[in-house]
Design a protein around this ligand. Structure first.
Ligand code: SF4
Length: 467
C-alpha cells in the first residue's frame, strides 16, 4: 500500500526526547532576551531617523497594538490587559494618536507608502466602531496607504458585533484573523474561553458576505484536556468552515513567565507524545483536505498567496507573521509593540499605564531594542529562509551578504550533520533543504544558526520546549 504523502510529516519517536528541548520560536533574530534594556528617546529617535535616511524608498508595514481584553484566556501569551475602564481606553487612544503623529513626522511618507496594516492585541474588537474609526483615521491621515494594501486585524468572535464588522469593511480592512483554539467545550472551559462553534461559523460567513478577502483562524494544540480524537472533531468543524489560512500554534506552557498560566492544571496537559500525535494528525488532516503546510505551523489553501509565495521561495516573515509583502520596514504603535527594521528592533513600554505616561512626558515610548550587526542580519536572513521557504540558497545568501557560505558557517554546518543524519535537513553542496519531519522541528534546525544560544546561562528558562 502506498503511504499518503502527509505521513512524511511524522517525527520518528526515537527522536522525540532528543529534540524536545527548549528553544526560541524565532519571531525575531536576535531573539528578544538578547535586546538591550534601558533604552529611551535618544535610541528610538536615532534609529527611526537612520532607518528613514537609509531606506528612503522602502515601503512600510504598520502594526497597532490594542491590548485590552474583556476576559482572560488562561493560555494567553500576549501582552494584554483585562479591563472594563473606558477612561483608560480613551487615554490609551490619545497616546496612540500622539505616537502615530510623532513617528510619522520622522518618515518621508510620500516616498514610503504603506503596503500592510495589521492590528493585534489583546482584542482589537474591544474598541467600539467609533474608536476603531478614530485609530484607523489617525493612521491613514498621517501615512499613505496603497489602494491594494493588506489591511487586517485579529478579532475575537465572542465580542465582535455586526456593526464593528461593517465599520471595518467600510474603512478598508480586507482580512480578518480570529482565534478558535479548540471547539471542545471542556477544553474551552479549562482555558476560560467559551466560544460556541455556531457563533464562529456564523461570524466567518458574515465576514465573507461583507467581502473580506481572506478569513484566517488560529488553532492551538497542547491545551489542557486535549486528545488526538477530540482535536480531530475540532478540525472537522474547521474544515467545514474552510478558512483561507489556518495557524496551528503549539501551546507554550511557561507559568514562570506568564503567571496566569498557573490556572491551568499541569496534570491536564497532554504529554509530549500525545501532543505530537495531535499535531501530526492535524497536519495529515489538513493536507488531505487540500491545504499546503507553510513554515512551522501555518496552513493555506493552494490558491492563497502564502502557498504560492512558499512554492516560489519568496515568502517573508515579520512580527505580524508570514507575509507576501515586498521588503518593508515594520513600524509599530502601542504598548509592547515592536518595530522590526532593517538594522534594528525597537520595543515600546509594555505596561499600558507606563505607555500612556511615556507619551505624556517623552517623545516616544521606546524602552529596549537592539541594533543589528552584519552578522546578526546574515543569520536573520538564513533563519527567515528556513522558516519561510524551508530552503537556503547558499549562493543567494553569499551574494546578499558578501560571504563564502560554507566557510562562514563551517561550525554551523558541522552542528547540523547529526540533524541531517536523523533526516531533518538535507545538506547539499549549494543549498540546505528542510525535510518534512524537519519542518515540524524547524526551531531545532534554526538553532544551529543562533550565535547567542551558547552564551546564555545554563539552566535559564527563557524559551518553551520545541514540541
Ligand atoms: S482574547 Fe486573545 S489576547 Fe485576550 S486574553 Fe484571550 S488570547 Fe489573550
Amino acid at each position: 500500500m502506498t503511504a499518503r504523502p502527509s505521513r512524511a510529516f511524522a517525527v520518528p519517536r526515537d527522536l522525540l526526547d532528543k529534540y524536545n528541548i527548549a528553544g526560541p520560536r524565532y519571531t525575531s533574530y536576535p531573539t528578544a532576551p538578547e535586546w538591550q534594556e534601558g533604552w529611551g528617546d535618544a535610541e528610538g529617535i536615532a534609529i527611526l531617523d537612520e532607518n528613514n535616511a537609509a531606506r528612503a524608498d522602502v515601503p512600510l508595514s504598520l502594526y497597532v497594538h490594542i491590548p485590552f481584553c474583556h476576559k482572560l484566556c488562561f493560555f494567553c501569551g500576549c501582552n494584554m490587559l483585562v479591563t472594563q475602564k473606558q477612561d483608560l481606553v480613551s487615554n490609551y487612544l490619545d497616546a496612540l494618536d500622539l505616537e502615530i503623529a510623532r513617528v510619522a513626522r520622522r518618515v518621508d511618507v510620500e516616498r514610503r507608502p504603506v503596503v500592510q496594516i495589521h492590528w493585534g492585541g489583546g482584542t482589537p474588537t474591544f474598541l467600539s466602531p467609533a474608536q476603531i474609526e478614530r485609530v484607523f483615521t489617525a493612521l491613514t491621515g498621517r501615512f499613505k496607504l496603497l489602494p491594494d494594501a493588506e489591511v487586517s486585524l485579529e478579532l475575537h468572535p465572542a465580542v465582535t458585533s455586526d456593526e464593528q464588522l461593517v465599520t471595518l469593511r467600510r474603512l478598508g480592512f480586507n482580512r480578518v484573523s480570529m482565534g478558535i483554539q479548540d471547539f471542545d467545550p471542556a477544553v474551552q472551559q479549562a482555558v476560560n474561553r467559551p466560544q460556541p462553534y455556531e457563533l464562529t461559523r456564523d461570524l466567518i460567513a458574515r465576514c465573507r458576505e461583507l467581502g473580506f478577502q481572506s478569513v484566517n483562524t488560529d488553532l492551538m494544540y497542547g491545551l489542557p484536556l486535549q486528545t488526538e480524537a477530540k482535536f480531530a472533531d475540532t478540525l472537522d468543524k474547521v474544515l467545514g468552515i474552510r478558512p483561507d489560512r489556518i495557524a496551528l500554534f503549539n501551546y507554550a506552557h511557561v507559568p514562570w513567565l506568564k503567571k496566569h498560566m498557573e490556572a491551568i492544571k499541569e496534570s491536564d496537559l497532554p504529554q509530549p507524545e500525545e501532543k505530537l500525535r495531535i499535531f501530526e494528525r492535524a497536519i495529515a488532516t489538513l493536507l488531505d483536505a487540500g491545504y499546503r503546510y507553510i513554515g512551522m505551523d501555518h496552513f493555506a489553501l493552494p490558491e492563497d498567496e502564502l502557498a504560492r509565495a512558499q512554492a516560489g521561495r519568496s515568502l517573508r516573515r515579520n512580527f505580524m507573521g508570514y507575509t507576501t509583502c515586498a521588503d518593508s520596514d515594520l513600524y509599530a504603535f502601542g504598548a509592547s509593540s515592536i518595530a522590526d527594521l532593517d538594522r534594528a528592533y525597537l520595543q515600546n513600554e509594555r505596561n499600558v499605564t507606563a505607555y500612556i505616561a511615556a507619551m505624556g512626558t517623552r517623545e516616544l515610548a521606546t524602552i529596549r531594542g537592539m541594533r543589528l550587526s552584519d552578522d546578526d542580519r546574515l543569520r536573520r536572513d538564513v533563519i527567515n529562509d528556513l522558516f519561510c521557504n524551508l530552503y537556503v540558497d547558499k549562493a543567494a545568501i553569499a551574494a546578499r551578504h558578501g560571504v563564502d557560505f560554507d566557510r562562514y558557517f563551517a561550525k554551523e554546518l558541522a552542528s547540523l550533520a547529526p540533524l541531517a543524519a536523523d533526516g531533518l535537513v538535507v545538506l547539499a553542496p549549494d543549498h540546505l533543504q528542510v525535510t518534512p519531519p524537519g519542518q515540524i522541528l524547524l526551531r531545532n534546525v534554526a538553532m544551529a544558526f543562533d550565535a547567542y544560544l551558547d552564551k546564555r546561562p545554563p539552566g535559564e528558562r527563557k524559551f518553551s520546549k520545541t514540541i
